[in-house]
Design a protein around this ligand. Structure first.
Ligand code: ATP
Length: 741
């Protein structure tokens, strides 16, 4: 399959000249039937994601009924089954590297590179190293030759036997050996003399009659032969072309040696090769069957020793699981550390717009195959130590979202770095840092934005299930619904960079945590995706209750495999995913898990500050054209409601003498007081109404208790409600904290 990309490469991409690849490392595939439009324009339908068939969280739990057609229990298999099994097991007539254009190209490239290097290596050395050496060693070669001929003519090899006969005073034996020697010397002397005459005659003829090139060639040949004969045994005339490539030319012996030193073989069992070692892109592909009882996990643990046994850097060795057997391991051994090679600038620079419903280019894998990302129906956690490219990699995703004018962006940066500033051009809600400035508290703004979003998400669930079937056939958000301005349910991307700064906020930390947990868990299903990034993924800074809600994880370099497991999820290390193996030089490189069925390495494309600014300027123009600029970017001022304004609101709707009021009554009164904020709550039925209030007040430690009251008919009833004193206590506490701050 030949890839075409709808994102033309930007000005001078580094290392992105290859636009062809046969295998995508993640099953996020492009439609092959859609022709890529010219000019870098992305049209809907161009990228296609393999998404789960169902998003119904309850679908997993469904028990299967009896199959309509029970499986056939016939044995032996039918002829067609037998043929199908044979078909699967049959090896192709031609190997992949002959059949597949991209592999053929890789082999051709390798052969050209290899042999041109070897030839060039020797060509450079011929005049300056080899020729002087030949001339220097040839007299010694001539001496060695003539000495050898002399020994042969005078039968030197029999000398020791003749001396032994003399020493043993064995006259008969000595006479026999002497006679034989005399005969030999006579014959060999004649041969040598004749050969000498022939040689001399030939030399004279050449000298007198032959053209000078032939004479030169003959002299060169003779000198080279003598030079070779005269070269010391420890210093061969011709050097080995010690190009780095040759070091990595893998043979089965090297692979076996590596497994032996790594302790992956036993005395009576070594490894087997189910397929020959072959080239795969810019590296070698080796598939190995470990001895029975050894597993992929053992190979992962022995990775360092395996690399040492193969005489390569650990960063060049990649291990893949093979689903067909627990003992089968597929190695990819890169010619050089592929992760230190930057992926190049983002193709988004050349794209006029993006369809965020489709996967978009985020980077390349270790073999240079494009990696497409999607944020649909998922939340993403990005973790890394500082300065590894956490912000840049998250920002490339947000930039793709910005280029889809129908995607609403909510961006908060806990560190107030310059990296996200340019998003003010497009973001619906945006804030930087945690310190209030000019009367604006970014943390309160975040809480309000998240509460607003929470209400929106709840509202979306209701509205989607109420939409007519012809608009919403499956009760799910569709591209059409998300782009219908009247329905107001756009795809939304929430980005919280350095989320730990907000989570550790003394007043709002807990509220933000609860809201993010809710959104990361519940919101993706209605088109609201959350992307949190942190340099402190530990339990104190970013509790597991939040981390665990992210379906997708991206870890750039971290300090240890334990931290890598914290970011990528427990058990990732045993699957061969360990982000602590990445080096400092691997900027923008990380391990991605959960975005598709496969996990793997992504070398993210780079969009620096200037690139981001260019893209966002274009994104704003797009939004202005489409009329989708909203919120902060459009200059719409939101009433600066503080996050805990609900406390004041509830206090306001409680009568002076009302110590205890039913939750439903409070919600109805709140809706009257502020229909914009609480109107949707009042429309909820039964328990949901009371639950809504309970959840909203929970962050402030207020519980709804059973409260006695009188119904309209005058009868007494016991329902959930709130106590006035609890609200007063919470407000007092809040004011005290504010004063302390
Ligand atoms: N994809 C990439 N390709 C090449 N270089 C990159 C890439 N991503 C990031 N870098 C380099 O790494 C540096 C650090 O990136 P970034 O600011 O995203 O790191 P960070 O992990 O967010 O750091 P901090 O935690 O200090 O904010 C950038 O200035 C950039 O030079």
């Amino acid at each position: 399959m030949t890839e075409t990309t709808a994102f033309p490469p930007p000005g001078e991409p580094e290392g992105t000249d290859e636009q062809t690849a046969a295998v995508l490392p993640f099953p996020l595939k492009k439609t092959t039937d859609a022709a890529a439009p010219a000019g870098g324009e992305v049209k809907p339908g161009e990228w296609e994601a393999q998404l789960p068939d169902s998003d119904d969280p309850e679908a997993d739990g469904l028990s299967e009924g009896a199959p309509v057609d029970p499986p056939r229990e016939a044995y032996p298999p039918s002829v067609s089954e037998w043929m199908e099994a044979k078909d699967k097991a049959r090896m192709p007539v031609l190997p992949d590297w002959v059949k597949l254009p991209d592999q053929r190209k890789a082999v051709r490239k390798w052969a050209v590179r290899h042999y041109s290097t070897v030839i060039g290596y020797h060509a450079v050395r011929l005049p300056v190293v080899y020729t002087p050496k030949i001339v220097m060693y040839s007299p010694r070669g001539a001496w060695r030759w003539s000495a050898a001929i002399g020994r042969w003519v005078f039968d030197a090899e029999g000398k020791s036997l003749r001396l032994a006969a003399v020493e043993a005073e064995d006259a008969a034996e000595y006479l026999k050996l002497s006679r034989q020697r005399n005969d030999r010397v006579r014959l060999r002397g004649i041969v040598a003399t004749l050969a000498g005459f022939v040689g001399l005659a030939a030399a004279l003829t050449l000298y007198v009659m032959a053209p000078s090139w032939l004479l030169l060639l003959s002299v060169a040949t003779l000198t080279t032969t003598l030079g070779l004969a005269g070269a010391p045994a420890d210093r061969p005339l011709i050097d080995r072309a010690k190009v780095t490539f040759r070091k990595r030319k893998l043979s089965s012996d090297i692979v076996i040696r590596a497994h032996e030193v790594a302790g992956l073989t036993s005395k009576d069992q070594t490894i087997a090769f189910p397929r020959p070692i072959g080239r795969d892109g810019d590296g070698w592909r080796v598939i190995v069957d470990l001895p029975y009882g050894k597993t992929f996990e053992d190979a992962v643990k022995a990775r360092g020793r395996l690399a040492s046994g193969m005489d390569i850097a650990p960063t060049q060795l990649f291990l893949d699981k093979d689903e067909t057997s627990g003992r089968r391991v597929s190695y990819w051994i890169a010619d050089r550390d592929p992760l230190a090679v930057p992926a190049g600038r983002t193709p988004l620079l050349g794209a006029t717009r993006v369809d965020f419903w489709k996967p978009f280019p985020w980077g390349v894998d270790e073999r240079g195959n494009p990696v497409m990302a999607t944020m649909l129906w998922l939340s993403l956690l990005v973790g890394a130590v500082p300065r590894q490219g956490k912000t840049f990699s998250a920002r490339t995703i947000a930039l793709a979202a910005a280029l889809d004018p129908y995607v609403r962006l909510i961006v908060f940066d806990g560190k107030a770095s310059p990296d996200w500033r340019a998003f003010t051009k497009v973001a619906h809600r945006i804030g930087f840092g945690i310190v209030p400035r000019n009367g604006f508290d970014p943390v309160e703004h975040l809480v309000n934005a998240l509460m607003e979003l929470k209400a929106d998400v709840e509202d979306r669930y209701h509205r989607l299930s109420e939409l007519p079937l012809h608009i919403c056939p499956e009760g799910k958000l569709t591209p059409e619904i998300s782009r219908d301005k009247k329905l107001n349910m756009p795809l939304t991307l929430v980005v919280v960079d350095e989320v730990q700064e907000y989570l550790q906020h003394p007043i709002y930390g807990k509220t933000i945590l609860d809201l993010l947990v809710y959104l990361a868990r519940v919101a993706p299903a209605v088109g609201v995706s959350v992307m949190n990034s942190t340099q402190k993924p530990d339990d104190t800074a970013c509790p597991s209750v939040l981390r665990d809600q992210h379906q997708a994880r991206f870890s750039l370099r971290v300090g240890s495999w334990q931290v890598s497991d914290v970011v990528l999820g427990a058990g990732s290390y045993s699957e061969g995913l360990d982000a602590s193996r990445l080096l400092k030089s691997h900027k923008g490189v990380g391990l991605l898990k959960g975005m598709s069925d496969d996990a793997g390495i992504v070398r993210t494309y780079l969009a620096d500050g200037r690139d981001a600014d260019r893209i966002l300027t274009r994104a704003r123009a797009l939004r202005e054209d489409e009329g989708t600029l909203s919120g902060d970017a459009a200059g719409e001022t939101t009433a600066a409601r503080s996050a805990d304004a609900i406390l004041d609101d509830v206090a306001a709707v409680l009568g002076r003498k009302e110590d205890k009021v039913w939750s439903e009554t409070v919600v109805d009164r709140l809706a009257e007081l502020n229909p914009e904020t609480y109107g949707a709550w009042a429309e909820l039925e039964g328990r949901a109404k009371a639950d809504q209030l309970s959840n909203a007040l929970k962050p402030y430690g207020i519980k709804t208790n059973q409260v006695w009251g009188t119904t309209e008919s005058g009868k007494g009833a016991n329902r959930r409600g709130i106590e006035r004193q609890h609200i007063i206590d919470a407000i007092t506490e809040r004011n005290k904290k504010r004063a302390d701050k």
